[in-house]
Design a protein around this ligand. Structure first.
Ligand SMILES: [Ca+2]
Ligand SMILES: [Ca+2]
Ligand SMILES: [Ca+2]
Ligand SMILES: [Ca+2]
Length: 299
């Protein structure tokens, strides 16, 4: 139900510009000003993750995570620091402060977050991207070895969500293509096998997943990050080919986030600006407007 994205390469500015051209904005920025861009919002990708490449999916300086680490119903901030071992810094409230949980887990890879065992709390995982990719999921937010290991998918954006609404989060993959729609491959069990749901949705953009309509299942979304005006979000309520059910603008550039910040049952969006410190701007409705919650965490 949460997204993470990687930043070690070179193509993000081009990708963002291209997606802004290809995906016609359906909503205009309104008077409610999005959060100001950070002076240090530039980032780069060494490659298009959808195009594959073993060196791509490694963070260089940290990644923004969100999850319900304490299982109390709201999703809060976390940070991933790539290394050997990786370090995770998890916070249980969306307020300025230090990590409530610091742990080491795994060695490199792409971080994922989900409620793998369906007990109500979100925990960490790592995807080692390859052909196939290996998923190493842990059911508690502490150091240790993987509780669940399987292979699923290959290169692209690893996703996690409760696609079938049965209470546990399972793997997914989005592959972006420059010459066609994004391809989504979602699986309903955390095990080796083929996708249970395969569809195309959107063109370029970055994936976000969440329970946008609060009906219990997580579904696909995309954001086109715009550093000059406003980011456009396209959220879909079913995991099928089709157009967005909800389109709005929120934020200017930055890094996308999604989660249930206020614990009311639906997932909404947020933007994080990389900096020292990082600043988080979370919105409690999937509509254009200002952030409802702003704080500094990490950096
Ligand atoms: Ca929580
Ligand atoms: Ca859990
Ligand atoms: Ca499920
Ligand atoms: Ca839903």
């Amino acid at each position: 139900m949460h997204i993470v994205r990687v930043f070690t390469g070179a193509a993000v500015a081009g990708l963002t510009a291209l997606s802004a051209l290809i995906v016609a904005p359906a909503a205009q920025a309104e008077a409610g000003a999005p959060p100001p861009p950070s002076p240090d919002q530039e980032r780069s990708l060494s490659d298009d993750p959808g195009a594959g490449g073993p060196g791509v999916l490694q963070s260089s300086d940290g990644l923004f995570l969100t999850g319900d680490w304490d299982g109390d119903g709201d999703d809060t901030a976390g940070l991933f620091e790539y290394g050997s071992p990786n370090r995770f810094y998890l916070r249980n409230s969306n307020t300025t402060g230090i990590a409530d949980i610091v742990l080491t887990y795994g060695d490199g890879g792409f971080p994922v977050v989900g409620d793998w065992d369906g007990d109500g709390d979100d925990t960490i995982g790592i995807v080692a991207q390859n052909s196939p990719s290996t998923w190493l999921l842990r059911n508690s937010n502490d150091s240790g070895i993987a509780d669940v290991t399987f292979t699923y998918g290959d290169f692209g954006y690893p996703l996690a969500g409760d696609w079938d609404g049965d209470g546990d989060d399972t793997p997914g993959l989005m592959q972006s293509q420059f010459d066609g729609p994004n391809r989504w491959f979602l699986r309903n069990t955390a095990s080796t096998g083929i996708a249970d749901a395969t569809f195309t949705y959107g063109n370029l953009g970055y994936p976000v997943t969440g329970d946008w309509d609060g009906d219990g299942d997580d579904s696909a979304g995309l954001v086109s990050l715009d550093y000059d005006s406003a980011n456009t979000w396209w959220l879909r309520n079913s995991n099928t080919t089709g157009i967005a059910d909800t389109t709005f603008t929120y934020g200017t550039g930055g890094w996308e986030a999604a989660g249930d910040w206020d614990g009311d049952g639906d997932d909404t969006v947020g933007i994080v600006y990389y900096g020292n410190p990082h600043t988080w701007h979370l919105r409690n409705t999937n509509t254009t407007g200002n952030g409802d919650i702003s704080f500094s965490y990490g950096g």
